[in-house]
Write a protein that binds this ligand. Sequence first.
Ligand SMILES: NC(=O)c1ccc[n+]([C@@H]2O[C@H](COP(=O)([O-])OP(=O)(O)OC[C@H]3O[C@@H](n4cnc5c(N)ncnc54)[C@H](OP(=O)(O)O)[C@@H]3O)[C@@H](O)[C@H]2O)c1
Length: 258
Amino acid sequence: MTSNNTTTTTLVVGATGATGKWLVKLLLDQGHHVRVIARSKDRMVSVLQELDTEDQKTSTDNLTIKEAAVLDLSDAELQEQVNGCNAVVSCLGHTMDFKGMYGHPRKLVTEVVRRLTDAIKVTAPTAKFILMGTDAVANPNGQDDKRTFAERSIIFLLRHLLPPHADNEAAAAYLHNTLGTNSGVEWSVVRPTDLINGSPTEKYQLFDKPQGGLIGSGVTTRANVAHCMTEFITNNEKWSEYKFKMPVILDNVTAETN
Ligand SMILES: NC(=O)c1ccc[n+]([C@@H]2O[C@H](COP(=O)([O-])OP(=O)(O)OC[C@H]3O[C@@H](n4cnc5c(N)ncnc54)[C@H](OP(=O)(O)O)[C@@H]3O)[C@@H](O)[C@H]2O)c1
């Protein structure tokens, strides 16, 4: 397990995405090592460059890119990628077009969670595993507030009509029910609410359950999700507080309330 203020190595999948790119940037900017498995190396480099400003350019000296679709890698290749990592993070999400939602792999996130945590058991048993989830997925521990009848009806429809939602539910269930707290793998699921873009404000809060209805209960800046993940990776006290949990992350309503 990493101790605070030491250099860490993190494997990120979904790193070219709107949240993953921020996680990679924040870790590199803090001097940490990052490995990514990305379908396009060029895309990885360009999405990072897009975040550069005149004053601050991210060095990619500590970035290693394996060009592949993560589920195309063999178990041995995944074990090699995970070997030596302090943390493994999935910011994967289905592409929101017809092929991404109804094509294959239908259980992209769940399969990746299962295979990466299997790899962790073999080559990096102390690595922290962090999944980007959503507050539309209830914590399988049953401690979220019961949603209204209307919301439960919407979630029922999402589950049966939108494969990505069922996938996100299955991934959370795999971590909570199958791995649980005794598998040897430490995990956490960060559950944002409605996502927005923008730079990290670091003004957000973590809650143990959703803070309102499915829609209109606030927003979460993707870069703040990434910031929260960097805290989990680099701060062991934070990790002790949130491992085996599924915190809901919400931007603060006003800057003064952080
Ligand atoms: N939209 C919301 O308001 C909301 C709210 C809460 C939670 N979430 C959840 O947050 C997660 C991430 O959101 P985001 O907006 O950061 O995602 P995003 O920008 O859509 O990024 C998705 C990432 O997944 C990768 N990917 C997609 N299909 C893949 C496949 N078949 N194989 C390998 N990689 C694949 C993409 O890689 P490429 O660059 O190669 O395509 C990209 O890196 C999603 O799971 C979503 O369910 C969303």
